[in-house]
Ligand binder design. Structure first.
Ligand SMILES: *[C@@H]1O[C@H](CO)[C@@H](O)[C@H](O)[C@H]1NC(C)=O
Ligand SMILES: *[C@@H]1O[C@H](CO)[C@@H](O)[C@H](O)[C@H]1NC(C)=O
Ligand SMILES: *[C@@H]1O[C@H](CO)[C@@H](O)[C@H](O)[C@H]1NC(C)=O
Length: 327
């Protein structure tokens, strides 16, 4: 609702401006002494909307919205003759630079995922950077009355291998990284992901639990070509599960591109399950592994540790399951 109102207001203003200023070069003044009304508003905006310090991706929110409000204020004043020497030089523009609403000074373009102006004559949210297009975001839940938002989207979704040997989801991500660190001379090495030995993105954690409980180890691996995952227990020569009916192994692609995730589940654990389990990931370029330890406590051992919350283990169940034991 808020968005629509603002955009409508913005368009009207832009229309009025273009109708009144035909033949004029489009220009933006360095703000002249602010009008009586504008100054308090501006101060308020500067105080309230100061963005929190962020490190990695710049916050898509307050900073460029503030620029939107400043643009509206400035547009109200019309464009003055362009004096490039009075322009502030924008720094750290991760999506590149674009001309401001008056076609005079450079300002930072908007990043992927930031709001933008669908109507090219509007100058509220600002323009998207290189390789980015302003598109209505179809992802919102329209049935709940959400208004689709115009967002900067990358014109390509193809992954690339950077000269730093890292895979980028698409060209916009690579350019963002290149602009964030100009000294690194980051360029496109080749289209498609970089070939890579398996890297364990999320490794299995050490687990302890009481006999009769189920435990699960997880292992998330990035590789290109895709990796295969194998689980092994130290001291056993076979990959799990072998023929052990209380062990199962699962794989799934993802959660990110070029990743695969594997799980090892041991149901109804007993003391003999204790040991070191390894996730082994392999592809044509190499292999890697990550170990995790399983510790199994009997209810008696647990009781002697004095940890209260686990004394809830249903003992009957544990006993009846022992009765079904195969080994
Ligand atoms: C980037 O390129 C410049 C100029 O070619 C060179 O001086 C600099 O060492 C390069 N930096 C890296 C990290 O390769
Ligand atoms: C033990 O296993 C149960 C069931 O799998 C789980 O709910 C519980 O959090 C585990 N306890 C610990 C200490 O990991
Ligand atoms: C746990 O230990 C307490 C005393 O330390 C004892 O009274 C209780 O019966 C024990 N419970 C079990 C399940 O062994």
């Amino acid at each position: 609702m808020f968005v629509v109102l603002v955009r409508a207001g913005c368009r009207q203003r832009a229309d009025a401006l273009s109708a009144g200023s035909q033949g004029f070069p489009v220009i933006m003044p360095p703000p002249p002494p602010a009008a009586a009304l504008a100054l308090p508003l501006l101060l308020l905006l500067l105080v309230v909307r100061t963005p929190p310090p962020t490190s990695a991706r710049p916050s898509p929110g307050p900073d460029y919205l503030r620029r939107g409000w400043l643009r509206l204020l400035a547009e109200g004043e019309g464009c003055a003759p362009c004096r490039p020497e009075e322009c502030a030089a924008p720094r750290g523009c991760l999506a590149g630079r674009v001309r401001d609403a008056c076609g005079c000074c450079w300002e930072c373009a908007n990043l992927e995922g930031q709001l933008c102006d669908l109507d090219p004559s509007a100058h509220f949210y600002g323009r998207c950077g290189e390789q980015l297009e302003c598109r209505l975001d179809a992802g919102g839940d329209l049935s709940r009355g959400e208004v689709p938002e115009p967002l900067c989207a990358c014109s390509s979704q193809r992954p690339l291998c950077g000269s730093d040997g890292r895979t980028y989801a698409q060209i916009c991500r690579l350019q963002e990284a290149a602009r964030a660190q100009p000294d690194a001379n980051l360029t496109v090495a080749h289209p498609g992901p970089c070939e890579s030995e398996p890297q364990i993105v999320s490794q299995p954690h050490d687990i302890w639990n009481v006999t009769g409980q189920d435990v699960i180890f997880g292992c998330e691996v990035f590789a290109y070509p895709m990796a295969s995952i194998e689980w092994r227990k130290d001291g056993l020569d076979i990959p799990l599960p072998g023929d052990d009916p209380h062990i199962s192994v699962q794989f799934r692609g993802g959660p990110q591109r070029f990743e695969v995730t594997g799980w090892l589940q041991i149901q109804d654990v007993r003391p003999s399950d204790e040991g070191v389990y390894r996730c082994l990931a392999r592809n044509s370029l190499g292999q890697t592994e990550a170990p995790a330890t399983l510790t199994v406590l009997t209810p008696d051992q647990l009781n002697s540790t004095g940890i209260p919350q686990l004394s809830l283990v249903p003992e009957e169940e544990a006993e009846s399951e022992e009765g079904e034991d195969y080994y």
